[in-house]
Design a protein around this ligand. Sequence first.
Ligand code: TXA
Ligand code: MG
Length: 346
Amino acid sequence: MKKETKYWKIDKIKDDHKIAMEEAAQLIKDQEVVAFPTETVYGLGADATNEQAVAKIFVAKGRPSDNPLIVHVADEHQIEQYVTSIPDIARNLIKAFMPGPLTIILKSNGKIAKNVTAGLDTVAVRIPDHPIALELLRSANLPLAAPSANVSGKPSPTKADHVFHDLNGKIAGIVDGGATGVGLESTVIDCTSEIPVILRPGGITIEDLKQVIGEVMLDPALTKTEDQPKAPGMKYNHYQPDAPLWLINGDANFFQDQINQLVEAGKKVGVMGSVELKSEIQAKMIISCGTRQDLKDIAIHLYDTLRAFKQTDVDIILCETFVETGVGQAIMNRLNKAATRKITQD
Ligand code: TXA
Ligand code: MG
């Protein structure tokens, strides 16, 4: 059944936008789902204490029900209301990185709806660093369960247009606050073990985390493909553009060879990569996602670029690989998941 999706365009929260924010908050209180910007990607929010409201998120996205959601709150005090306790390490993380692109997993006290945590005894929480997200949280005065506001399997939305494309007619509203900042989702860190474990690399890097809490582990599933990841969502296909994506790990000559072979075989090839790659190779369709000199720039444009191929008729997308330092780790995590094949130069 098609729904009417309300759309509010908001540049900055000025007085004339307060009404829009109140309307959006009222829909949330009425157990509807509303998409809103955060500093990472757009989220699809519903009252995290209400099972019926949360169920609508899973339906709209086509999301598997065993994949738990992140609970968004406005401040540390609100985190305390949904967990059994906050260990010192988690307190330090909250102090250093929240509001910001970090999600911490803590033991749940059971006050969050069961379908948010997919039956786990833990809950993922974060405080988004975005004025619109914070305003919505305060106006609704509720914790918001919010996954990325895309159809499951597609790249996460970094612009309201992306949300509109995927979810118009399926959700109650979209708050358009322009492009998001970080471009990739939050880092998810499990604080229920003695040494915290990174389940998903993201906006806050391992280097940043180590500076604050010292020892941090990486979920082994992030580096090996055989292991079952601890964040249930990490096992699904993700971030996939409309044409198959192949990752090409090699120099510019090697990249050019791959293009040529496919073109000779009659394929329409699209290339995704840095401005540097664009200047080194030749192809009919190249979309650049930033400069190798600044991985944060690549992160900001990554999903938008993956989606940009939708407007083309390419059969296949070839993409370069990036160094896995800083936010490069999160970039390569997403690209590895989006890719159907990887070709490495000998
Ligand atoms: O930046 C973000 O985190 C965005 C914005 C909207 O806040 N949200 C986001 O949500 O990326 P989503 O649902 O697309 O990803 C949540 C991830 C999934 O991999 C999920 O499995 C994991 O967090 N997760 C949630 N609760 C968990 C829990 N209790 N234990 C382990 N992993 C959990
Ligand atoms: Mg997602």
